[in-house]
Design a protein around this ligand. Structure first.
Ligand code: FAD
Ligand code: FES
Length: 258
């Protein structure tokens, strides 16, 4: 696994969403740190050089895609750090740690259902682009804001895809039913899931019930990102504490307690 810390420049920052509404959804592209060999599901810690001591730690984000020229992240503004990241300008310098963590399995010629909830879509963009047999992939995307806030359209051109919108809380039972159906239909293959905790719990439960192989990518607040601070622990299948940044963020569904 490659681990490094680099200072790179912002190449582009753009907001995704309906053209007539302000957006909290940001695509950030940085000059290439040489990560084209990364494994989708891995993440990086980002900290702009000009941040002061009031924001002493970087913020973790999935690598959304990386090629020979650049690395791209996709994030939603939710607090102080992401608010400040959304104000970056081309040429600003960012300290970048990564690629970190383990990443998803990528079995070839195996039916693979990618289950994404909200910002959990981010790692699957690169996953689809790098996969040697994309015709075996299927994307199921559950979201609340409009579809234009996500890079879903370009992804759905490359693989079989369906989007399910939870527009109001009344839609939730239908969303859960569709997730459970997608897991059931993955029998004999594998499910890879990334999204908020309740979403992952639904996937885990469905995979257990149907005995479908599944991997879950966990999000925890992180400070160091490299196993040094215990800021990101969760419990594994034996009830032991494990660091999500060092042992994950991707876990076999049966090896983690949510
Ligand atoms: C491995 C990993 C990959 C991630 N990938 C992405 C990604 O691709 N795109 C994206 O938008 N976000 C991603 N996140 C979440 C992202 O790191 C947080 O949204 C970000 O750190 C929030 O920083 P902030 O300073 O803006 O918010 P803060 O001011 O720190 O917190 C604002 C709110 O966000 C919540 N929050 C903070 N950190 C997290 C977290 N890690 N998970 C869930 N909620 C959090 C806080 O509880 C609080 O409610 C990822 C997290 C991890 C651990
Ligand atoms: S974030 Fe420091 S140990 Fe995981």
């Amino acid at each position: 696994m490659v681990r490094n810390c680099r200072e790179v420049k912002v190449r582009e920052l753009r907001f995704l969403g309906a053209w007539d509404e302000p957006s909290d959804f940001v695509e950030l592209t940085l000059e290439n740190p040489g990560w084209e060999g990364y494994r989708p599901g891995q993440f990086a810690m980002l900290r702009p050089k000009h941040w002061g001591l009031e924001l002493s730690w970087g913020r973790p984000f999935s690598i959304s895609r990386a090629n020979a020229e650049s690395v791209t992240f996709f994030f939603q503004v939710v607090g102080r750090g992401t608010q400040r990241l959304a104000h970056l300008k081309p040429g600003d310098e960012v300290v970048l740690w990564g690629p970190l963590g383990n990443g998803f399995s990528a079995p070839v010629e195996t039916p693979t259902v990618l289950l994404a909830g909200g910002m959990g879509l981010a790692p699957f963009r690169g996953y689809i682009e790098k996969h040697p047999t994309p015709e075996f992939l299927r994307l199921v995307f559950a979201h609340r804001p409009e579809l234009e806030c996500y890079p879903y359209a370009e992804m759905s051109e490359k693989v079989r895809a369906e989007a399910i919108r939870e527009k109001t809380p009344d839609d939730l039972p239908l969303v859960i039913e569709r997730i459970e159906t997608a897991v059931r239909e993955a029998a004999g293959g594998i499910v890879l899931a990334c999204g908020p905790l309740p979403f992952l719990k639904t996937v885990q439960q469905a995979a257990r019930t149907r005995q479908v192989r599944a991997e879950l990518s966990l999000e925890r607040s992180m400070a160091c990102g490299v196993g040094a601070c215990l800021g990101c622990v969760c419990k594994d299948g034996q009830d032991k504490h494990v660091q999500v940044c060092a042992r994950g963020p991707v876990f076999n569904a049966e090896d983690v307690r949510l």
